[in-house]
Ligand binder design. Structure first.
Ligand SMILES: [Zn+2]
Ligand SMILES: [Zn+2]
Length: 265
């Protein structure tokens, strides 16, 4: 039995379509040992339709706490997917540190005031090589901020399938060694398969670098509807095993432990 978890789930508290309860039903049916919720939290920018209303944060955390206390079929974990903005580390840290959560996913959706994932318009008339490098630089800043436990879709900048002419290996190495140094995990994000990229995040070359550098991994669906919970997980675990990974990261109260893929737990 593989000890499977899915820590990247969006409910109706942000841009997900389903209630937490609906995801739990699907996760139990899929044989997951843990399900974790990670609705979008975006500070420092105007509220967008895809982000949580910050005034609802207490309600969100309370809702998950009551589910966690009443559910015996699966472990329920509480998280958030938080937007990282360079230069805002201190304010973000002050906001996040009192929160009672099991993990925080740090994601880079924004470059300046624009999001990189809502449409290809962002890329029009720009030098993709420069954007690619600049994106990784921001992700590396997010890692070294030590605000997060997991980095979400760490190469989201590949979303629309553009290819860089530069050799990405040095950037991949820099990112991986920073993640190891700052004790941050990455995720295989299977939702990339449903998006224009048509493949998981991260790129396979980057996956090999993470394995070489011994960076901890989670497998996450980034589901926005309960039917996509744990989607493509068998394939993702096969990929991890074929790459050389032997264990995965589990979080509780912002502490990480590693669980072997094959576990009796
Ligand atoms: Zn995201
Ligand atoms: Zn997400």
């Amino acid at each position: 039995m593989i000890y499977k978890t899915d820590y990247h789930i969006h409910t109706f508290y942000s841009d997900g379509k389903s209630a937490p309860e609906d995801y739990i039903v699907t996760a139990v049916a899929a044989g997951l040992k843990e399900i974790g919720f990670s609705d979008h939290l975006t500070l420092f920018r105007a509220r967008e339709p895809w982000t949580m209303d910050v005034s609802e944060l207490g309600k969100y955390l309370g809702h998950l706490k009551s589910l966690r206390n009443s559910c015996n079929e699966i472990k329920i974990k509480t998280g958030l997917e938080v937007d990282f903005f360079p230069g805002k580390e201190k304010e973000l840290g002050e906001f996040l540190s009192p929160l009672k959560v099991d993990y925080l996913i740090g994601s880079v959706h924004y470059m300046g005031d624009s999001t990189v994932d809502l449409g290809p318009e962002f890329y029009e008339g720009k030098d993709y090589n420069k954007i690619f490098e600049a994106y990784f630089d921001i992700v590396i800043e997010a890692v070294s901020s030590e605000l997060f436990d997991i980095i979400g879709h760490c190469d989201l900048i590949r979303l629309f399938g553009y290819e860089t002419d530069i050799n990405p290996e040095p950037l991949y190495r820099k990112l991986a060694s920073s993640m190891r140094q700052h004790n941050v995990a990455f995720e295989i994000n299977t939702n990339g398969r449903n998006r224009p990229l048509g493949d998981f995040f991260p790129d396979k070359k980057l996956l090999h670098v993470f394995c070489d550098e011994n960076v901890p991994v989670c497998v996450n669906s980034d589901a926005h509807i309960n039917s996509r919970t744990a989607q493509y997980f068998d394939e993702a675990y096969d990929l991890l095993r074929d790459t050389g990974f032997t264990e995965m990261a589990v979080f509780e109260n912002r502490r990480r432990t590693m669980v072997p893929f094959r576990s009796e737990a």
